[in-house]
Write a protein that binds this ligand. Structure first.
Ligand SMILES: [Cu+2]
Length: 485
C-alpha cells in the first residue's frame, strides 16, 4: 500500500479512476459531493452558530473526533444581505475558548471576532454586524491567539455569502448546490486507523501544515454532479498552509468573476488560478460539452530556498493531483449556457497620491538556533512577534494607506482585517490578473504594494489584525494589530 506521504504526489498516474490510491473509493465517501447546508438569513437578518464536538468517518475506517458549527465538521453556508444588519448568535459548546472572525466583512473592530473577543466554554457571543458592502463570498473561522491552526483544522470554519439578490440580472448561476457550488478546499492527514491527525513536526511548524489527502467540503473522494452548462464555483482555501494552483484536467478555461471581496466588472479568462490560504475566488466553468473533467492542482510550490536540503524530501515534485472530479448530469437543464459579459462589479482604481506609506516585512527567524526557539518568537512582522498587549500602529479613519509588504524565504498570504484593498503592484509590476479585483488577502511572493482606506473604527482594546494566513505562522507570531481612530 502506498504510504500516506506519497498519496498526493502519486495521484497523476491514476487521475480519473481513483483519486486517492491506497484509499478505496467505494468505502470512503458519498458518491456525490454534498454542499454545506445553506442557512439563508437574508430575510430574517439573524443566524445562530453552535460550536460543537462531532465524529466523522472520513475514510471508511475509524471515526475522527472533529469540531463544527451546527454539525460535526465545518459549518453551514451563511447567506446574509449586502446592506443590512445581521444579528449573529454564537454559542461555544466546546471545552476551550474560541472566537469567530468574519473574514472579509468590512465591519468595526468591536464585532470583528479577533483574538481579543474569545468566547469561553458554555458562553454566548451575540454581535450585531452592520453589513454594507458589495456581494461577495467571504468566510468565518475561529481566531484564538496561538490556537487558530489546530482549531480551524478541527473544523471551525464556514462560508458566508453576501447576497444582493441580483445574480439573475447579472446572468450568474445562483441555484445553491445545482449550478452554484460552494467548495471548501482543505488538506488533511490521517493516522493508520483513518483518524484525522494534527501532530506537527518541526518542518510543519516552519513551513505550515501539509496534508496528504484532499477534502472538499469535508469529504474525501466525492464527485461534483453538475448540469450541462455554466456552473459557478465559489472556492475557499480553508487549508492551514497549502497553496493550490488550480486548473481543469482538459485545460478548459476558468472564467474568473469574483475575488475575495467582490465581483469583477467582467470575466477574466484564466488557464490556472493560484489559491492561497484565506483567499476566495469565484469562477465560471462551462460544462456544456457534457464530458467528465476534473479540477486539478499543481503541487504546493511554497518551499522557496528551504525546500531542498534543509527540509529534505519536501521539495514539490510530481504531476498535478486531483482536487475534485465533475460529472455532468444531462437530465438537469442548466439555467445559464452563455458567459455573462457585464458582471456589474468593479475593479479598484484608487488614487495612491498622498497615501500614508508603511513597510511591512514578514519575517521567519532563520539560521542557528531557529529550531530551539519557543513558540511565539519564531515568526514576526517587521521584527516583532505578535503581542496581545501591544498595539503596533494606529491608522487614521478615512485616510488612504499604502503598505509595501515584503516576504523572503517563503510566500506568505497576507490578510488585513476591516478592509477591502487594491493591489497596486507585485514586485514593481502591475498585479497578476487574478489580483486586479477587490482583495482582503494577497499572496506575497517577494513584494506587493496594496492601497486601502479604513472606513470602520477599531479601538485599541478591540483592534484589527494583520497577519500571515498560513495558520502555523500566524500562531507562531506572524501577526500584528492596529487601531483605526
Ligand atoms: Cu506565513
Amino acid at each position: 500500500m502506498i504510504s500516506r506521504r506519497n498519496v498526493l504526489t502519486g495521484l497523476g498516474a491514476s487521475l480519473l479512476s481513483s483519486p486517492f490510491p491506497g484509499v478505496s473509493r467505494a468505502d470512503t465517501a458519498p458518491r456525490k459531493l454534498a454542499l454545506p447546508p445553506l442557512m439563508d438569513a437574508t430575510k430574517s437578518g439573524a443566524f445562530a452558530l453552535n460550536a460543537q464536538h462531532g465524529r466523522v468517518n472520513f475514510l471508511g475506517q475509524s471515526e475522527s473526533q472533529t469540531w463544527g458549527f451546527n454539525q460535526p465538521f465545518l459549518g453551514p453556508t451563511l447567506r446574509v444581505a449586502t446592506s443590512a444588519e445581521a444579528r449573529a448568535d454564537v454559542t461555544n459548546r466546546l471545552d476551550e475558548q474560541i472566537s469567530v472572525h468574519w473574514h472579509g466583512l468590512v465591519i468595526p473592530g468591536d464585532v470583528d471576532g479577533g483574538p481579543h473577543q474569545t468566547i469561553a466554554p458554555g458562553e454566548n457571543w451575540s454581535p450585531v454586524l452592520p453589513i454594507d458592502q458589495p456581494a461577495a463570498t467571504v468566510w468565518y473561522h475561529t481566531h484564538t491567539h496561538g490556537e487558530t491552526a489546530r482549531q480551524v483544522y478541527n473544523g471551525l470554519a464556514g462560508v458566508l455569502q453576501l447576497s444582493d439578490g441580483l445574480d439573475d440580472d447579472r446572468g450568474l448561476p445562483s441555484t445553491y448546490g445545482v449550478d452554484d457550488l460552494t467548495l471548501v478546499l482543505q488538506d488533511r492527514r490521517f493516522d493508520q486507523r483513518g483518524r484525522m491527525d494534527y501532530n506537527l513536526s518541526m518542518p510543519d511548524r516552519m513551513m505550515g501544515f501539509m496534508g496528504d489527502t484532499m477534502l472538499v467540503n469535508g469529504q474525501v473522494g466525492a464527485t461534483a454532479v453538475v448540469p450541462k452548462g455554466i456552473v459557478r464555483l465559489r472556492l475557499l482555501n480553508g487549508s492551514n498552509a497549502r497553496i493550490y494552483t488550480l486548473m481543469m484536467s482538459d485545460d478548459r478555461p476558468l472564467q474568473l468573476v469574483g475575488t475575495d471581496t467582490g465581483l469583477l466588472d467582467r470575466p477574466i479568462t484564466l488557464q490556472d488560478l493560484t489559491l492561497a490560504p484565506g483567499e476566495r475566488y469565484e469562477l465560471l466553468v462551462d460544462f456544456g460539452d457534457g464530458g467528465s473533467v476534473s479540477l486539478l492542482s499543481g503541487q504546493n510550490t511554497n518551499m522557496g530556498m528551504m525546500g531542498g536540503g534543509m527540509m529534505g524530501g519536501r521539495q514539490p515534485s510530481g504531476p498535478p493531483f486531483e482536487v475534485l472530479p465533475f460529472e455532468v448530469d444531462p437530465t438537469v437543464v442548466a439555467r445559464i449556457t452563455t458567459l455573462p459579459d457585464d458582471l456589474g462589479g468593479s475593479r479598484p482604481d484608487m488614487d495612491p497620491v498622498g497615501a500614508h506609506k508603511r513597510n511591512v516585512t514578514l519575517d521567519m527567524a532563520m539560521g542557528p538556533g531557529m529550531m530551539m526557539r519557543g513558540k511565539g518568537n519564531r515568526f514576526s512582522i517587521s521584527g516583532q512577534a505578535f503581542d496581545m498587549s501591544r498595539i503596533d500602529m494606529s491608522v487614521a479613519r478615512g485616510e488612504m494607506e499604502r503598505w509595501t509588504i515584503s516576504a523572503d524565504m517563503m510566500m506568505h498570504p497576507f490578510h488585513v482585517h476591516g478592509v477591502a484593498f487594491q493591489v497596486l503592484s507585485e514586485n514593481g509590476r502591475p498585479p497578476k490578473a487574478q489580483n486586479t479585483g477587490w482583495k482582503d488577502t494577497i499572496l506575497i511572493n517577494g513584494q506587493a504594494d496594496i492601497l486601502m482606506k479604513f472606513d470602520r473604527p477599531a479601538s485599541e482594546s478591540l483592534p484589527y489584525m494583520f497577519h500571515c494566513h498560513i495558520l502555523e505562522h500566524e500562531d507562531g507570531g506572524m501577526m500584528g494589530q492596529f487601531a483605526v481612530i
